[in-house]
Write a protein that binds this ligand. Structure first.
Ligand SMILES: [Zn+2]
Length: 345
């Protein structure tokens, strides 16, 4: 579900429809599928199957499917809404999602605490003016996506996850890891613009931070759509965040093409210890913020602190689609690299 949407989950599922899932199920499953293909035949693949009882493709959507658990009753209420979650719609799996959400609902205590804790694990909101991801900048927190990847890794390495994370064992940890590695490669899950009421981009780390300038990873930026002649109503404006979540294009979903797989195999391993990889990936996604927000024009805010935006010419074809595809391939390659480091033999 789009970040920071605090409505009841049931209402959210009905209202936000296909936009509800971050990076979209297709993007996450592409990341999982690429990773499954890259680890095939290795000891890591044996461990993954042993822990999950399935593969990374299936695991990759679990953390989003868990958002179908009501935050008031803690019962799974997503049944029938999302095809990719059908595999988890049985009593035993629903209990697992419910337990995760209940455990990770109100355990966040940091100042950046605007929605159920587990929903904050999917993103961070670093201002595009920053050169690197560094904990402490506005938009980062101890429960953001960088922290979440490291918490899942800790559990998979037989260590206690740091607070606030409450992760019940390796199966849950690997499901979360398979999802968050996808999220951190979605530029709008990391890079954020902060915009004042008049529509000027500001630097939230300078002076006193005003939470009203947050745009929530592009969820408060509405792409202007033209009103077709003769149509009674104008189409609903598309959120920039949701637009980036939707990964289109053959060759990266069910069956990655040979070209995609060979590109994934060329992705170099991240330098340094595994414990620093999530930070490095966040910095890389942050730099893509300059691309994702480049040339955008922001209107003054509406009464809900949202801004209508105008995209530069050629944005979708020349900027968004190629970046999405590159990032999905990188996400898949890096998920594979992570599990191969975890289980080399
Ligand atoms: Zn997510």
């Amino acid at each position: 579900m789009n970040q920071h949407v605090a409505n009841s989950v049931a209402a959210g599922l009905l209202l936000t429809g296909a936009q509800a899932f971050a990076w979209g199920a297709a993007g996450h499953m592409a990341v999982g599928t690429i990773a499954d293909r890259l680890i095939a035949g290795t000891p890591a693949a044996t461990q993954v199957r042993k822990i999950l009882g399935s593969n990374l493709r299936t695991a990759s959507v679990w953390a989003d499917c868990a958002k179908g658990v009501s935050t008031s009753t803690f019962k799974y209420e997503g049944s029938g809404h999302y095809q990719e979650c059908a595999i988890y719609e049985n009593p035993a799996s629903e209990r697992q999602m419910e337990a995760f959400v209940r455990r990770n609902h109100d355990n966040c205590t940091s100042p950046h605490n605007t929605e159920p804790c587990h929903k904050q694990y999917h993103y961070t909101d670093v201002a595009i003016q920053r050169a690197e991801y560094r904990r402490g900048s506005v938009g980062t927190s101890e429960q953001d996506v960088v922290a979440a990847i490291n918490a899942a890794l800790a559990v998979l390495q037989d260590r206690e996850p740091p607070a606030p994370f409450r992760i019940a064992g390796k199966r849950e940890a690997l499901r979360l890891l398979a999802h968050y590695v996808g999220d951190i490669h979605q530029p709008l899950h990391v890079a954020a613009v902060y915009v004042d009421a008049k529509g000027n981009v500001i630097d939230p780390d300078e002076g006193t931070f005003d939470p009203r300038t947050e745009t929530h990873g592009g969820n408060d930026l509405l792409i202007k759509v033209s009103h077709p002649a003769g149509a009674k109503y104008a189409p609903k404006p598309l959120k920039l965040h949701g637009d980036w979540d939707n990964v289109a294009g053959a060759g990266i979903q069910d069956q990655p093409s040979a070209a995609v797989l060979s590109k994934a195999r060329e992705v170099l391993a991240t330098e340094g210890e595994v414990s620093g990889w999530a930070t490095a990936w966040a910095t890389e996604s942050l730099k893509l913020g300059a691309v994702a927000y480049g040339g955008l024009l922001y209107s003054p805010e509406n009464t809900s602190h949202q801004h209508a935006i105008t995209l530069p010419a050629g944005y979708n074809a020349e900027v968004k689609s190629p970046t999405q595809r590159d990032q999905v391939v990188k996400g898949g390659a890096r998920l594979a690299q992570l599990v191969m480091v975890l289980w080399p033999e």
